[in-house]
Design a binder for this molecule. Structure first.
Ligand code: PHE
Length: 447
């Protein structure tokens, strides 16, 4: 097999998985999804979803990956010889392109804000001016496309160098630093006048604010944030060592990822209410609110710089794991060299990302159900691709996969207790499929 991510240590493996999970999904998307879906009740559904679907599906992907030490297609062929389950891999690959397509546009915005932070342009403005700053960015095709392309070039340079040591090391330094910085920003936000309103919005579950669509959004958000449903964690776990405790690692990834999301909420919402920004502002939310937080702080210039730098790295560790899905597939299933596989992946990614970047300006009159192309990709990625992928994974491991494989993987061949197994099977067989199917049927109007 071609060598890709050689996780030398358990910490390296965890850092890479957490690096994939923690990204814009937590810092950018979670707060705005919570904002448009009414806050507290959304977050409660989100957390339940992480426990009964997120952790079981992460664990399932780990089981598939580590038991076969192969990419998704080869893994499904090995685990179910003679069956067609491996066709699911194509959905994963398509899904990974859709995610990275819209995701890299936001990464581009992050680089623009990083650049503005370097120039010192992020301070000294009114909330209205921050609003205009973002509006002028997305209205400019050149700036949007330029930053997105720059981000992708950086992404593929890292990929071409091999992601072994560099990204693993960067992730293990940057992630803890990101935590510390987030906590500092949270404390700062909590000291703002009117902070308690923000906390109430975030933590008080007002179910009258939550629609069924909001529940679907919470499911989709959880799957996107945990990087599950498109075989990303199958790829990573195929390089795990045989003595790693999969249950422990799956839980660690989910807990850390959720913590970053909640901390981002605690950082943003007190400021949202204090600065009078609408919590329903959508994708622009953090870009309007964050600069306001920085300018309240002593040494705001440095904080802004540090923050966007860390978010940049957090998103890079995510896009790397995303592009690794098609790259690995092309190398192993189509016998391409790494360089060729990267070139093909880059070609598709650039095309999709440029279209997404233009959907706020040149292509902004192309709309379906009121959503522009970017919004559609964002919506389809998590609420359709990842959720359907999660459903497949749950049903496959819960109902189809040989129980011996599951037991063997969870207990490491009988060496661990594996007390999570009954919970895992119950969630995979019943909770996840029933909830996902129910929500789809409800939203399509069938029930
Ligand atoms: N989980 C990442 C985030 O929250 C996004 C991602 C999705 C990464 C799917 C890899 C695979 O930002």
């Amino acid at each position: 097999m071609t060598k890709r991510v050689g996780f030398a240590t358990r910490l390296g493996a965890i850092a890479a998985a957490v690096g994939s999970a923690v990204g814009l999904g937590n810092i950018w998307r979670f707060p705005y999804e919570a904002g448009v879906n009414g806050g507290g009740a959304f977050i409660l559904v989100y957390i339940c979803c992480i426990i009964v679907m997120g952790i079981p599906v992460i664990l399932s992907e780990f089981i598939i990956g580590r038991s076969t030490h192969s990419n998704m297609k080869a893994a499904l062929k090995k685990l179910s010889p003679g069956k067609k389950y491996y066709l699911f891999t194509y959905l994963c690959i398509l899904g990974s392109f859709v995610v990275i397509g819209f995701y890299s546009v936001v990464c581009g915005w992050i680089i623009e804000y990083l650049y503005q932070a370097v120039l010192g342009n992020l301070s000294g403005h009114t909330p209205q001016e921050y609003n205009e700053m973002f509006t002028s960015l997305v209205a400019s095709p050149w700036r949007c496309v330029g930053w997105t392309v720059l981000f992708l070039v950086l992404n593929f340079i890292v990929m071409s160098r091999g992601i072994e040591k560099g990204i693993e090391r960067v992730a293990s330094i940057m992630m803890p630093l990101l935590f510390v910085i987030l906590i500092i920003f949270c404390v700062n936000s909590l000291l703002l006048p009117g902070a308690s309103k923000g906390l109430k919005f975030l933590f008080y579950p007002d179910f009258s604010q939550l629609t069924m669509r909001g529940v679907l959004d919470a499911f989709g958000q959880a799957f996107l944030s945990l990087s599950i449903g498109i075989s990303c964690l199958v790829t990573y776990s195929s390089y795990f060592k045989d003595d790693t405790s999969l249950a422990k690692d799956a839980t660690t990834v989910a807990v850390l990822d959720t913590l970053v999301a909640i901390l981002s909420g605690v950082m943003i919402f007190p400021a949202v209410f204090s600065f009078g920004v609408e919590p329903t502002a959508g994708p622009r939310l953090i870009f309007e609110v964050l600069p306001g937080i920085f300018q309240q702080m002593t040494g705001g210039y440095i904080w802004a710089l540090l923050f966007f730098l860390l978010v940049f790295f957090a998103s890079l560790t995510s896009t790397i794991s995303l592009s690794e899905i098609p790259i690995t597939f092309l190398i192993e299933e189509h016998k391409m060299s790494r360089g060729r596989a990267i070139a093909w992946t880059a070609l598709f990614t650039f095309a999709l990302a440029v279209i997404a970047a233009l959907s706020f300006n040149v292509l902004d009159d192309i709309k379906l159900w009121g959503k522009n192309i970017f919004d559609m990709m964002d919506y389809a990625a998590s609420n359709i691709f990842m959720l359907l992928g999660g459903l497949f994974t749950a049903v496959y491991v819960g109902w189809i996969l040989d129980r011996k494989v599951i037991h063997e993987q969870i207990t490491n061949g009988g060496r661990l207790k594996g007390s999570m197994e009954p919970f895992l099977i119950f969630c995979l067989r019943y909770v996840a499929p029933v909830s996902i199917i129910f929500i789809f049927l409800y939203l399509t109007g069938i029930i």
